[in-house]
Design a protein around this ligand. Structure first.
Ligand code: FAD
Ligand code: MLT
Ligand code: ZN
Length: 482
């Protein structure tokens, strides 16, 4: 059942009328006001096809000034707004629950400046991540984040979800690499925090409030981000381990022996591998000679090919000899490397093709992480397929339960068990995807009552009428209308 079915529309929100439409057309022009049914249908439906809103209006501003005018108007009319980027979010945060106005900054996709000396990129929030990656590639730089949704997600959406992804182990979270932001508050106030400094300790660093706040505090309109230089030597190994303990030991060794060149450490279990090979076209098992229980992708990035190769080969020899790794292959060219990445990045898509999916995104102590997967298999038996993968190097498990259809019997075996288990380990019930609609009421499993209360006060301070992304992030019981 959809979360929306248990949420009640806040009666203090207005319903859009023809005067509103006329006003928006006046400030944005015809092209900025989308009422086309097909486009709205897409924008009302989330990537997982689990949530569906009924918005009748999507606005596409072309400047910060227009965003400000829209919000000022919506706030005074008490019209609820859902900020939307590439709509690749996985927690139902990017689509309306009811008839909220969808605000998408895809028309704000200009690069404002790039400084080659410092690697600092300043751009508008609607830039698609993959376009930024290509732009920087030409300049000899890379983005400090990379994820499977890069072809559609926007940098504003990445910042608003504090997206982690495949390279966090090396370049850290966006709280480190985002140097500045411009954001527009619910009442239209433009906050210029678009600094390009590495260091600036002049009081509270408010940009951090917007990183990961999932559109609940303001619309991110511009981003300043520190980008690392593109290094000449990138290598990717696809390895197999017989058990989870070996994966963990392998991580420990990789951190020590590969040290500064380690740039990704991802894992998938055999269930994830089988699913990808079954549902995605054109992929081959890189280690076909036998089946394995676990697979690890290790990427290294460095500035000297001979040095990196020597290090990586010595490391691989050692872990194969000691039995930590039972089989492995080093990619020979860029095409082979991207086919290895496609296996890992294609898991979410394969899960969607396999049917219904219950998705959990947990931070857990790495030594305990796989115990949960095993327990979950015990609980579900043959009712569902428990699939595990994730950013092992960052202690982030993606636990996915795949079944032919959604049903309450399966759900009751998963929840609240999965949350209680995570809470007991002092883990996080959302490592990187956020809370959105699906997990807003679960926040207490990872945050204390006092913390959540302060979060709600900040929300009320910045958005007193609660028009920005209502029903999301915070428990509905704490939001102003209830
Ligand atoms: P949307 O999905 O449109 O929105 C996400 C949230 O941000 C919503 O709450 C929305 O209201 C808000 N928002 C969007 N734009 C703005 C803005 N300009 N101002 C204010 N609020 C805004 N996440 C990870 O962390 N790591 C991964 O490795 C990863 N891989 C993924 C792989 C796939 C195949 C998919 C489908 C998703 C993946 N995600 C991952 C989840 C998702 O968080 C990211 O895809 C991405 O950061 C979302 O960006 P978006 O532009 O699509 O935002
Ligand atoms: C990933 O790492 O593949 C993403 O976070 C998406 C997912 O968890 O399915
Ligand atoms: Zn992930």
């Amino acid at each position: 059942a959809s979360m929306a079915s248990t949420t009640v529309r806040n009666p203090s929100f207005s319903v859009i009328n023809s005067d509103d439409i006329d006003y928006f057309k006046k400030i944005l022009g015809e092209s900025g006001v989308v009422q086309d049914e097909e486009k709205l249908d897409d924008a009302n439906t989330d990537w997982m096809r689990k949530q569906k809103g009924s918005s009748k209006l999507m606005l596409q501003p072309k400047s910060t000034q227009e965003v400000s005018q829209i919000l000022d108007y919506c706030n005074s009319r008490c019209l609820a707004v859902v900020p939307q980027g590439g709509n690749t979010g996985l927690v139902g945060g990017s689509v309306p629950v009811f008839d909220e106005v969808i605000l998408n900054v895809r028309g704000m996709n200009n690069i404002i400046s790039f400084d080659k000396a410092s690697g600092i990129l300043v751009c508008e929030a609607g830039c698609i991540l993959e376009n930024l990656i290509s732009y920087l590639d030409n300049e000899g730089f890379i983005m400090p984040l990379d994820l499977g949704a890069k072809g559609s997600c926007q940098i504003g959406g990445n910042v608003s979800t504090n997206a982690g992804g495949l390279r966090l182990i090396r370049y850290g979270s966006l709280h480190g690499s985002v140097l500045g932001l411009e954001a527009v508050l619910a009442n239209g106030t433009v906050l210029d925090m678009l600094g390009t400094l590495r260091k600036d300790n002049t009081g509270y660093d408010l940009k951090h409030l917007f990183i990961g706040s999932e559109g609940s505090l303001g619309i991110v309109t511009k981003v300043s981000i520190l980008t690392p230089p593109k290094l000449s030597s990138v290598n990717l190994a696809f390895l197999a381990c017989k058990d989870y303990t070996s994966c963990q030991k392998l991580l420990y060794q990789a951190k020590r022996n590969l040290g500064e060149i380690l740039s990704a450490f991802e894992f998938l279990d055999i269930n994830a591998m089988d699913l990808v090979l079954k549902h995605l076209d054109g992929l081959r098992d890189p280690l076909p000679s036998s089946t394995h229980n676990f697979y690890i992708l290790i990427e290294t990035t460095g500035s000297m090919e001979s040095h990196d190769k020597e290090k990586l080969e010595a490391f691989l020899l050692q872990v194969m000899e000691s039995g930590l790794v039972t089989d492995g292959v080093l990619s020979q060219d860029i095409n082979q490397a991207s086919s290895f990445w496609r296996i890992r990045e294609g898991i979410p898509e394969a899960l969607m093709k396999a049917g219904a999916v219950y998705k959990y995104d947990l931070s857990l102590p790495p030594e305990k992480m796989y115990d949960l997967v095993v327990e979950m298999r015990g609980r579900l038996g043959t009712e569902a397929n428990v699939v595990a993968y994730g950013h092992l190097g960052d202690g982030n498990l993606h636990l996915n339960i795949s079944a032919p259809q959604y049903n309450d019997s399966i759900l009751s075996k998963i929840e609240p068990f999965v949350y209680e288990w995570t809470s007991k380990q002092r883990g996080s019930i959302s490592a990187e995807h956020g809370l959105g609609l699906m997990k807003a009421n679960k926040i207490h499993y990872s945050k204390s009552a006092e913390t959540v209360k302060l979060m709600a006060s900040i929300k009320t301070l910045l958005d007193p009428k609660g028009i920005l992304n209502p029903y999301k992030v915070l428990p509905t019981s704490l939001l102003s209308h209830s």
